[in-house]
Design a protein around this ligand. Structure first.
Ligand code: UDP
Length: 354
């Protein structure tokens, strides 16, 4: 069973790291890795291949920048060529980026089965580029590996059963990564003695591309840093660009994006997480930290239901109030909510028997 895996963005490296290990150890499977180039800075790409021992990509497409349409279109052309050359039995895609959609479109037009890891997630907000990417990818996928029961229910509600697609709740591959790498955490440079801090990440287009939301969230983080607890912000390059463009002032502990092992250290040592990231919302839960999500919806609604996560939107006062209210909250990591770290083995096993 030959698999072509297409990845290109930071969260996909983290998700693929454990699945690729499971594929490597399965006699019936072989994998060809394509890196689209969507994320290309060393601290957004290469560091993850090194730290997480992801096999070196067989293809580096080097595609980044431009509009969503330009990027997706260029990827579609290049990935089609790779699939024609490699003739895989299956194309494996992750999540909801332009790389995901481009690979899914290329494979579907060549009638190659697609397996989608993280299928069925919905924010029900079609203004988000991620929502468009994931819905379209699900539509053309033959195997839908759902991370949660909610994701599986979403697909059922959309009639996927009638279409004959295979839908499986295998659990969340990010829990496999978090559990595996928890023992290997590394303190980021200069932070080894930092404790009782708030870990913040911010990069979603809905926040970075809306100057009102961006400045209000930054104001909230600045205020929290002064009045509540030190805020550590590993700053995403897109967010850094927008902050510079709008002349916003960051008055907190800003660091460059860190590797996954440093990120795990920050998660383990933090008191609370503020984020708009999908992955970081769950990781806060895996490491039993309360999370304040600076978005209006979340795809991980079971975290809100169980009280581990609150949706704060982008209003300064609401964010600050929710940080105060949730700091010190005890979060119980119910390992079964996300499958308990068994997802990658299940995915490899299913692929081997396809
Ligand atoms: N992450 C990281 N270094 C950082 C910030 C985030 O390794 O400086 C990791 C984080 O732990 C999570 C993933 O990147 O595993 C989340 O990616 P991102 O927030 O870019 O995307 P999303 O999850 O929102 O799709």
């Amino acid at each position: 069973m030959k698999i072509v895996t297409v990845i290109g963005a930071r969260p996909q490296f983290i998700k693929a790291s454990m699945v690729s290990k499971a594929i490597l150890h399965h006699d019936a499977l072989s994998e060809v890795i394509v890196h689209t180039g969507q994320h290309f800075d060393a601290n957004m790409s290469a560091i993850f291949f090194e730290q997480l021992c992801i096999p070196r990509p067989d293809y580096q497409l080097g595609i980044h920048g431009g509009t969503h349409g330009q990027m997706t279109g260029r990827m579609l052309i290049e990935i089609e060529t790779v699939i024609q050359q490699e003739k895989p039995d299956c194309v494996l895609v992750y999540g909801d980026t332009n790389s995901t959609l481009a690979a899914a479109l290329a494979a579907s037009k060549l009638n190659v089965p697609i397996a989608h890891v993280e299928a069925g997630l919905r924010s029900f907000n079609m203004c988000m580029p991620e929502e468009v990417n994931r819905i379209l990818t699900d539509q053309v996928s033959e195997v839908l590996f759902c991370p949660t029961q909610t994701a599986l229910s979403n697909l059922k509600n959309e009639g996927f059963e009638r279409r004959g697609a295979t839908m499986l709740n295998v659990g969340d591959v990010m829990q496999d990564s978090a559990m595996f790498f928890a023992q290997h955490a590394i303190a980021p440079a200069g932070l080894a003695h930092q404790k009782d801090f708030i870990l913040a990440t911010l990069h979603r287009a809905e926040n970075t591309d809306d100057p009102g939301r961006l400045s209000s969230i930054i104001d909230a983080l600045n205020e929290a840093h002064h009045d509540i607890a030190p805020v550590v912000l590993p700053l995403h390059p897109r967010t850094a660009g927008m902050i510079e463009l709008h002349g916003l002032k960051l008055d907190m502990h800003v660091i460059n994006p860190v590797g996954y092992l440093q990120m795990v250290w920050l998660l383990q040592r933090s008191s609370l997480v503020v984020t708009d990231s999908g992955g970081v919302q769950k990781e806060a839960f895996f490491f039993a930290k309360p999370c304040v999500t600076v978005r209006d919806q979340t795809e991980w609604e079971e975290l809100v239901t169980c009280g581990a996560n609150v949706l704060a939107g982008a209003e300064r006062e609401t964010i600050v109030r929710m940080i105060r209210a949730n700091l010190g909250n005890v979060v119980r990591d119910d390992a079964q909510l996300y499958g308990g770290g068994q997802a990658c083995g299940k995915i490899a096993e299913y692929l081997a028997n396809m």
